[in-house]
Write a protein that binds this ligand. Structure first.
Ligand code: PHE
Length: 346
């Protein structure tokens, strides 16, 4: 019986077959287990005579089973190693990583450029009150300029009874900075602003950088020099052409709108990419002017002693020009393919 069992174990070619043979021999009802049970009923002499052979058979069968199981496992591993090959020349899988958004990139660059000119960075709330966003900027409740801002108002007033709104420009930071720091002052204030407006060059949320310089004897020449210097640094070229147009803002007097030429005098494109920018060669970039004496008063300073200039730049438009992007709405779609197209995705 033992020889027969050993031969069967050797011939078994699956783990299941080996297991079945183990149960047949060593299981509770197995023939070796049955033989071992018969030992109890024997006389001591009989038992001494028969026991060693039964124990030896059990050992031999158990060893044979273990050896066969191991051999089958080793063979299975061999087969797996032979079939699963590892190709070290395959490229590593693509692991997507984040990148800096063009708007953030431009804001960082501007902060650096203005830091070199001695400006520090100021901030203000995006949820603003009517007084800071309009009244203190010389736009009384009934001022017609308010209508041009397409303002998002909140339904409730704040504790002091102020109408609350999403700021329509970064200019309220002018007021907050003058009130907090006094004069002289030299700040930029980057941030989000909101207007109910949407087309290829307008989104309901967009970005501005406000600039404010308040000191003694500041004049329009300082403004022009500052704007030229920063735009040359930003576009990294000396042949930037600016067009200054007389304009109107309630909070500056005089007021100047500034366009940048994206074509040189020979009509060659020097800024931006494909497609026609609005203005047939000119892109409207910023509003600016000498801070209105009324605004300086509203902010608690004496306009007889302090003057200054201010400007508000469209950051998104700067990015469009610098990177040749032609639809502002794509800036806020969060589409990685768009970012990658303009070299912003790793
Ligand atoms: N706040 C103005 C706007 O959003 C821009 C501006 C800022 C104009 C500062 C003059 C001075 O249109």
């Amino acid at each position: 019986r033992k020889e027969q069992a050993l031969a069967a174990i050797d011939a078994a070619d699956t783990a299941d077959a080996v297991e079945a043979l183990r149960v047949e021999a060593l299981g509770k009802q197995g023939w070796i287990s049955q033989l071992l049970k018969t030992l109890g009923a024997m006389t001591p002499e009989e038992r001494q005579e028969r026991a060693p052979a039964i124990q030896a058979a059990r050992g031999e069968v158990a060893d044979a089973i273990a050896a066969r199981k191991q051999a089958l496992e080793a063979a299975a591993l061999e087969r797996r190693l032979a079939s699963e090959t590892l190709d070290l020349t395959l490229p590593a899988p693509d692991t997507p990583a984040g990148s800096v958004h063009p708007v953030s990139q431009v804001m960082d660059e501007l902060a650096e450029i203005f830091a070199d000119l001695g400006f520090s960075v100021a901030t203000g709330p995006e949820i603003e009150d009517d007084w800071h966003n309009f009244t203190a900027l010389n736009m009384a409740e009934t001022h017609p300029a308010r209508a041009m801002h397409d303002t998002f108002y909140f339904p409730d007033r704040d504790a002091a009874g102020n109408r609350m709104l999403l700021r329509t420009h970064t200019s309220p930071v002018q007021i907050r900075s003058m009130k907090e720091e006094g004069a002289p002052i030299r700040i930029i204030a980057p941030g989000r602003v909101y207007r109910s407006d949407s087309d290829a060059t307008h989104t309901p949320m967009f970005h501005q950088i406000e600039g404010l310089v308040i000191d003694r004897d500041i004049h329009l020449g300082h403004l022009k020099w500052t704007l030229e210097t920063f735009l040359k640094a930003f576009f990294e070229r000396d042949d930037i052409v600016l067009r200054l147009r007389p304009s109107y803002f309630p909070f500056t007097e005089p007021s100047v709108e500034v366009d940048v030429g994206w074509q040189d005098v020979k009509g060659r494109r020097v800024l931006g990419g494909d497609g026609d920018a609005p203005g047939h060669g000119w892109m409207e970039l910023l509003g600016s002017g000498m801070v209105n004496a009324r605004v300086i008063e509203f902010a608690g300073l004496d306009p007889a002693e302090w003057q200054g200039f201010a400007f508000g730049v469209g950051v998104d438009r700067l990015a469009m020009l610098k990177y040749g992007m032609d639809d502002l709405r794509a800036f806020f779609d969060g589409d990685r393919r768009w970012l990658a197209h303009y070299g912003f995705s790793p």
